[in-house]
Ligand binder design. Sequence first.
Ligand code: MN3
Length: 196
Amino acid sequence: MTITLPDLPYPKDALAPYISEETVTLHHDKHQQTYVTNLNNLIAGGPLEGKTLEEIIMTSTGQPDKVGVFNNAGQAWNHICYWNSMTPGGGGAPTGQAAERIQRDLGGYEAFVEAFKAAGAGQFGSGWAWLVEDQGALKVTKTPNGEPPIIQGQKALLALDVWEHAYYLEYRNRRPEYIAAFLEHLVNWDFVNANL
Ligand code: MN3
């Protein structure tokens, strides 16, 4: 059994104009596919072949001889979370349990927006911004490179890729505009609620 690249949960042009069909195509079919292909090549014939992505991540984290496995497995997992974190016509204020928990743990939607923008813009170089559940409380965090929240014992609820390949065609160097578009027009709160 090998790790496979899941199909996108919507057509490749569904996130336009905020994220173009060209960016989604390159990002899913080239970048994410490459992480999956590299991972399968690295684990072929070894003890990690046939394991789930989560198992591979938790087995390889912190292992100096498994950095390549960890990076590619983390990125393969992070991108699945990222695509599901968006939906056409999404964004804006949360609903349901997500709204209640953001109010309780983060002080409301406006405070969440400010924290999430700061996390995404403040990640120096490549990485990720997250809404996670940590010890029962929601938190906004950021991680470098391909690190997934699971290695900190956190459950990922919402993911934003802030690697340049995620936004450069539309936004060039203006990462904050990409983060704002994600929050205002793309966030899939149904996915957050399902994760909760
Ligand atoms: Mn990416």
